[in-house]
Design a protein around this ligand. Structure first.
Ligand code: FMN
Length: 500
């Protein structure tokens, strides 16, 4: 077995940037300054009676067709220099032994120098876990196309290709590639044509929610938010600089970026169903468990694994063991038997979050005719999304006695059936309510709508749906309708969101 190369020994010898990166990450203080991952702002609420056996806690989850033993990714780091070979060997053996997904470092060098393949070649050491190849998205502007990406994936036997988005790092590097224009269409083409899933990640400054949505919109299969609070690449690059001005420019960004926990919550808000990884500043198993509880499918660590692997294979195994055990124990002590259970848990409390959120919004509609079934689901989901309630209830209430709120399926023939049912059960006709001569204080335009009131009695003015894990818990066929029982009218609906 290849042992990790001693990183300290050859500081002055290797001139390569990749070797510099490894050395600096191991030897120097490259942590971000003045910005944190944000996980410290959350705590788990302890469950004194979990009602399950520790042995039954199952930390496994699935990724790209593989079964992970724990929802952990060793994030993309290295390859392409002799120093990388030992490190990737240790990381691959660790990933295989502990059932973690494994990312490799940028493989652009492989296109230029096929002789460095051995520093990336880990497929046979980690046959039962997903391996993620990696390249900078900016390379799509530098002549790398689908064919080159396919070659990288094939050479490495990878299960997915990670595109890293690192504009700030490139801007700080003297040799950086800084043309980030018009990349989205190229990413779209790659997603369309490459045979394996494409993942988009940052490298430690985070991905804002609108960009998460745009990347998913062009076909990216997963997002790693890779937020701030861990390894700071401006700090890494600062250690490679000699000009005092450039060093101060780099230092200005030590506190840059979106905290990982914040990116993650926002990414999950805009993409409730997407595959989302959280990395950047995840230091231990509790942070990883918090990331899952905030909605991540997988939690990624880079710096901590690099430091462990560069020490010894034993240290990397110990870190993996510790992470696995802490996640399992945290699941037990929060009463969660499975990873999907942890993802939905209501036992993660944000600091100062004890006060409940009560959010009210009025929605206005113009109905078009009697028995108009207006599907207001997306409007209601929008209200819930905007107020950021993670756990709670949404209540939808009509202001009227002839316009109902009901949940059912939006299938045109079924809606015709509903209309027929209501007309047959309570037809328009002679009702005492329509005898305007016998009623007092009626407005001039009072309609003869006794049937609409009686239909409304069969339906309801309101409905409620639980919110859990930030998601309104509607079944796949359930839609929320405002149902007009009178003729075309202006209608108001109040949506109230309660929770935290
Ligand atoms: C030595 C080293 C090399 C890295 N190289 C890459 C890379 O080639 N591609 C990439 O997408 N990210 C790379 N990263 C970034 C990590 O994948 C990760 O996003 C970042 O370090 C934040 O995670 P952390 O706080 O756990 O270190 C590298 C990180 C380290 C420490």
């Amino acid at each position: 077995m290849a042992t990790p190369t001693s990183i300290r020994a050859d500081k002055g010898v290797t001139a390569s940037r990749k070797a510099d990166h490894i050395r600096i990450n191991v030897e120097e203080d490259v942590a971000s300054k003045g910005v944190s991952s944000g996980f410290e702002r959350y705590r788990f609420q302890h469950v004194a009676l979990p009602e399950l056996r520790l042995d039954d806690v199952d930390t496994s989850s699935s990724l790209f067709g593989y079964r992970l033993k724990a929802p952990i990714l060793i994030s993309c780091m290295t390859g392409g220099v002799p120093e990388a070979e030992g490190i990737n060997t240790v990381l691959a053996r660790t990933a295989e032994a502990y059932g973690f997904a494994l990312g490799l470092g940028s493989a652009r060098v492989l296109l230029e120098r096929p002789d460095v393949l051995s520093s990336f070649e880990v497929r046979n050491m980690a046959p039962s876990v997903p391996i993620l190849a990696n390249i900078g998205a900016v390379q799509l502007n530098k002549g790398v196309g689908v064919e080159e990406c396919r070659r990288i994936v094939d050479l490495l036997g990878a299960d997915a290709l990670v595109l890293h988005l690192n504009p700030l790092q490139e801007a700080l590097q003297p040799e950086g590639d800084t043309d980030f224009s018009d990349l989205l269409p190229k990413i779209e083409q790659l997603c369309r044509e490459l045979e394996v899933p494409v993942v988009a990640k940052e490298i430690g400054w985070g991905i804002a929610p609108d960009l998460v949505a745009r990347l998913l919109g062009v076909g990216v299969s997963a997002i790693d938010v890779a937020g701030a609070g861990g390894t700071s690449w401006s700090e890494v690059e600062r250690h490679r600089m000699s000009s005092p001005v450039r060093m101060r420019v780099a230092a200005a960004f030590a506190g840059w970026g979106i905290p990982t926990a914040e990116c993650l919550v926002e990414a999950r808000r805009v993409a409730p169903e997407a595959l989302i990884f959280a990395s950047g500043g995840i230091q231990n198993g509790i942070d990883a468990a918090k990331a899952i509880a905030l909605g991540a499918d997988v939690a990624g660590l880079a710096g901590p694994f690099l430091r462990a692997a560069s020490e010894s294979e034993g240290s990397a195994y110990e870190l993996a063991d510790e992470l696995s055990q802490v996640i399992k124990t945290a699941m037990f002590a929060t009463g969660n038997r499975t990873v999907p259970g942890l993802r939905q848990t209501s036992r993660l409390i944000a600091d100062g979050q004890s006060a409940a959120i009560v959010h009210l919004r009025r929605l206005d509609y113009q109905t078009r005719h009697a028995l108009d079934f207006v599907d207001i689901t997306d409007d209601v989901l929008g209200v819930v999304r905007d107020c950021g309630v993670h756990e709670g209830l949404v209540h939808i209430s009509s202001h009227h006695t002839t316009a109902a709120i009901r949940i059912n399926e939006n299938e045109p023939l079924l809606i015709e059936d509903f209309r027929e049912f209501l007309k047959r059960t309570v037809p328009a006709g002679d009702y005492q309510h329509n005898d305007l001569d016998r009623r007092l204080n009626i407005p001039a335009d009072e309609p003869r709508n006794g049937h609409a009131h009686i239909q409304h009695l069969l339906l309801s003015s309101n409905d409620s749906v639980p919110i859990s894990g930030g998601r309104v818990q509607l079944g796949p066929w359930q839609r929320i309708f405002l149902i007009e029982l009178d003729t075309a009218r202006e209608r108001q609906v109040t949506v109230q969101v309660l929770g935290r």
